[in-house]
Write a protein that binds this ligand. Structure first.
Ligand SMILES: O=P(O)(O)OC[C@H]1O[C@H](O[C@H]2O[C@H](CO)[C@@H](O)[C@H](O)[C@H]2O)[C@H](O)[C@@H](O)[C@@H]1O
Length: 273
């Protein structure tokens, strides 16, 4: 396991085992955050077909009682996340980059400032299906629209151009991702803000992610650690051929794949339970 670059935290580089040992005494005040696609679940051409990697659900179930909170922080809607994690007690769900959230199986709360944008997203999804070339996939998510080109990468530049023009026309924000461009309401919410808020009362946190939107979450952990030398934060990248290098450069540690993350979390459960 490569050494961790923990920035302003411990004075010596740690490997993953040492980082879990450093987490153990503060486990009850530590939050474990996970991105979903590409992190907990391997990428698939069909966004509706993905499932968490083997061992992931069992490891999260084992870890949840040992830590302050487990939270999934995703661009997917909360309903989608609930279908995959709803049966796990004590897991909080943040969907649509935090525009929706549900805590410990409770009702889904939507950011009120985003709600007026639902009709715009309906219109945008219809237009995308009508105007974008065959081979692209339009994913309507109520408060955002994702324009996919994974099965036709050569269409990426055209999709990017069309999406950015529509964002300009409709006053939306864009979020680039892995073979996808996403259009979102102009509301100040993202994974960094979710994490910044959620770690206020924590003594430590781990964040696992694979995409550029996860780098803001890493930055939020770094900011929390910079403000409090006792806070122990670890940023973990999950490798991939698209955004992997950029995300790994921002992380303390890189894991090979969602399947390898299943093994990694299973080992972590032995450290914390
Ligand atoms: O924040 P995340 O949980 O990582 O969600 C990011 C996007 O994930 C999904 O798209 C990605 O995964 C798909 C399924 O493996 C894949 O086909 C696609 O190419 C990836 O970009 C999801 O469909 C998007 O809505 C999310 O924005």
């Amino acid at each position: 396991m490569p050494p961790l670059n923990l920035g302003n935290q411990p004075q010596i580089p740690l490997n993953a085992d040492q980082a879990w040992r450093a987490t153990a005494p503060r486990a009850a005040e530590t939050v474990l955050f996970f991105d979903f696609d590409g992190t907990l679940a391997p990428v698939d051409d069909d966004p509706t077909a993905v499932q968490p990697a083997p061992k992931v659900l069992a490891a999260i179930q084992a870890l949840a009682p040992a830590v302050q909170r487990v939270a999934i922080v995703s661009a997917r809607p909360v309903d989608f996340l609930r279908d995959h994690f709803g049966g796990l007690p004590g897991v909080d769900l943040y969907g649509l980059y935090g525009l929706e959230h549900s805590h410990s199986g409770g009702e889904t709360v939507t950011e009120p400032a985003a709600l007026p944008w639902v009709p715009t997203m309906v219109e945008l999804a219809d237009l995308a299906r009508a105007e974008l070339p065959a081979g692209t996939l339009t994913e309507y998510k109520r408060l955002s629209v994702a324009l996919h080109y994974r099965t036709a990468p050569e269409l990426g530049p055209a999709v990017e151009r069309w999406g950015r023009e529509q964002a300009e026309r409709l006053g939306l924000r864009v979020q680039a991702g892995r073979m996808v461009l996403e259009l979102k309401p102009p509301v100040d919410q993202d994974k960094g803000r979710v994490i910044g808020e959620a770690v206020k009362s924590a003594a430590g946190a781990w964040y696992f992610g694979d995409d550029v939107s996860d780098i803001k979450a890493f930055a939020a952990l770094r900011a929390r650690a910079a403000a409090d030398p006792d806070f122990f934060g670890v940023c973990v990248a999950v490798a991939n051929p698209e955004t992997g290098q950029e995300v790994a450069e921002a992380a303390d540690l890189t894991i090979d794949s969602p399947a390898a993350l299943g093994d990694f979390l299973t080992t972590a459960a032995h450290h914390l339970t």
